[in-house]
Ligand binder design. Structure first.
Ligand code: THU
Length: 142
């Protein structure tokens, strides 16, 4: 799986975005270390706080199917219609992805399959709080 292909999957997932309140449509494609891809879109709610971002949709889908090791995530998003900007993951999604992605997860923010920027999770969430920071056996549970 190369980066343009991963972005293509994120763009396709964005088509399913349910965003009647913000009209900001996001798609994500999460690549496991074994090469599988899980996609997600944002799913909004009339009770706004129940909204789920595209990244966490993909992440929860993957984890709930037994995945624990991730290599990269591609994200596309912006106001409904053609993509004109890079969509940066929100703070909650950075924290969620850090749980299994750790500091090395490659975060790809794209406008098109050829136009993208990459940042490590360590750059996006420096000094991240993760499983190893929690006392007890939380880190072993992986
Ligand atoms: N959103 C995402 O899905 N991912 C992000 O990284 C940023 C924000 C969604 C949440 C909400 O449905 C809409 O975009 C506007 O914030």
């Amino acid at each position: 799986m190369n980066i343009p292909e991963l972005i293509h999957k994120a763009i396709a997932a964005r088509e399913f975005a349910y965003a009647p309140y913000s009209n900001f449509c996001v798609g994500a494609a999460l690549l496991t270390k074994s090469g599988k891809i899980y996609t997600g879109c944002n799913v909004e709610n009339a009770g706004y706080s129940a909204t789920n971002c595209a990244e966490r949709t993909a992440f929860f889908k993957a984890v709930s199917e037994g995945e624990r090791e991730f290599a990269a995530i591609a994200i596309v998003g912006g106001p409904r219609g053609p993509l004109t900007e890079y969509c940066s993951p929100c703070g909650v999604c950075r924290q969620a992805l850090f749980e299994f992605g750790g500091p090395e997860l490659n975060v790809i923010m794209a406008k098109t399959p050829e136009d993208f920027i990459e940042r490590s999770m360590d750059e996006l969430l420096p000094f991240g709080f993760g499983p190893s920071n929690v006392a007890g056996n939380a880190a072993v549970e992986k």
